[in-house]
Design a protein around this ligand. Structure first.
Ligand code: ADP
Ligand code: GN1
Ligand code: MG
Length: 373
């Protein structure tokens, strides 16, 4: 951990309204964006945990607005969960305020920090362990969208403009190739070619949105498996986390992003591409769960386009990883040389595999749709 962060943490920790004595703090989780720490406090002989995060304010330009979204959305969800007889402290995030009553703290080095209640007795997976778990995660993500269906979307700030605007992502990618700031384009010729050949696909969903063929909804926009917590005892998917990108979007973004991460037979950064393909059983489990979780609210056109959601979200993530590789790894945290290139390669391998399995994916979606009726 950088020394400056340790020093700042001493300053920061005293600012949050937490009782007891801090006994341990350590880096936690596998997110690519924020710096996450697990804090342990002792009080009256009992341990209590909290999640402390240094928000990435290079990526999220307006942390104040970001936290406004999170406070509003979590309070809204807490109300819904309580009405449904659930446990509002476990089934959504709870923001811990500062002693000044603020939802975040800006330290003397201009870093922005926030604290959440740690959701005890949960597990978080980097890889799908069973089709049943993946199905459960789909129900939970579908349900998340359903619970937010009446949320006043105009209250949400756009925390990252054009987040899933694939044509805009493509244009950023092409600029990165043209600029080739690090002189790396020659090392990624095949991948760049693969991405450029598919430019025609990039605008399919944004066009349908513009034409009113797909509805704008309040969506999560970052639905990978490690953004959901499972109860360690019941194995149920209980809490959707990482709410930084909750914004108006398409249901297909949430569906697609889950598939690209969870229905792959390999890790997002697997180097051996022979190990990476789309598992159609997992695709089916997720499709079934998502349609159920959305509670029959998806339109026929949304359902028909689910395979395209999966392909475009995978492709988009691939061009984002590749652009970041070309720009010198300034966005996604990397843990080895070429990490972002490896990540881009798995995404493109998945896209190619989806193209091969296209008809089968469409048949699965149709079967799940009929079963829902
Ligand atoms: P990032 O935006 O960097 O992905 P996340 O908000 O997803 O950050 O947090 C990173 C990891 O920390 C998660 O994958 C999860 O393992 C863990 N985590 C985050 N919030 C909580 C929480 N409230 N309770 C338990 N674990 C959490
Ligand atoms: C980032 O924050 P995290 O690690 O859950 C990224 C997603 C990407 C994902 C790829 C705000 O998600 O968009 O799909 O990495 N989040 C942001 O693993 O850019
Ligand atoms: Mg995350």
């Amino acid at each position: 951990m950088e020394n400056t962060i340790c020093v700042r943490m001493d300053e920061v920790i005293t600012q949050f309204a937490i009782g007891g004595k801090l006994t341990e703090s350590r880096p936690y989780g596998n997110g690519h964006i924020n710096d996450t720490f697990l804090l342990t406090y002792e009080m009256a002989g009992e341990s209590k945990h909290y999640i402390l995060q240094r928000m990435n304010h290079v990526i999220f330009r307006n942390p104040h607005q970001l936290m406004e979204n999170i406070v509003n959305v979590t309070e809204y969800l807490q109300g819904k969960i309580a009405d449904e007889g659930g446990d509002a402290q476990r089934e959504t995030l709870n923001v811990v305020r500062t002693v000044q009553g603020m939802p975040y703290y800006k330290d003397s080095g201009d870093n922005y920090w926030r604290v959440f209640l740690f959701i005890e007795g949960t597990e978080c997976f980097e890889k799908v362990e069973s089709a049943k778990d993946f199905y459960d995660s789909a129900v939970a993500f579908g349900n998340f969208q359903k619970r937010l269906a009446d949320y006043p979307a105009e209250k949400l700030h756009e925390t990252i403009p054009n987040f899933h605007n694939t044509p805009s992502r493509f244009s950023d990618f092409r600029n990165a190739v043209e600029e080739d700031r690090m002189g790396r384009a020659a090392l990624a010729g095949k991948e760049i070619g693969f991405a450029l050949e598919r430019e025609g696909d990039t605008s399919v969903l944004t066009e349908m949105l513009r034409e009113g063929e797909l509805p704008l909804r309040v969506t999560h926009n970052d639905t990978k498996l490690n953004n959901i917590l499972f109860d360690a005892k019941t194995k149920k998917a209980i809490c959707i986390i990482d709410l930084d990108t909750v914004m108006p979007g398409l249901s297909l973004y949430d569906f697609g992003d889950s598939i690209r991460f969870g229905a792959s037979t390999g890790a997002e950064d697997e180097k051996d591409l022979d190990k990476v393909e789309v598992d159609l059983d997992l695709f089916e489990a997720y499709t079934r769960g998502f349609l159920e979780g959305c509670g029959g609210s998806l339109t026929p056109e949304e359902i028909r386009m689910l395979p395209m959601g999966a392909k475009l979200m995978t492709y988009e993530c691939g061009i984002r990883f590749l652009a970041d590789y070309l720009e010198g790894d300034v966005y996604f945290k990397i843990h080895r040389e070429g990490h972002n290139l490896d990540r881009a390669r798995t995404q493109f391998k998945l896209v190619a595999d989806m193209e091969k399995k296209w008809d089968k994916m469409a048949d699965i979606v149709e079967r799940c749709r009929k079963n829902l009726l």
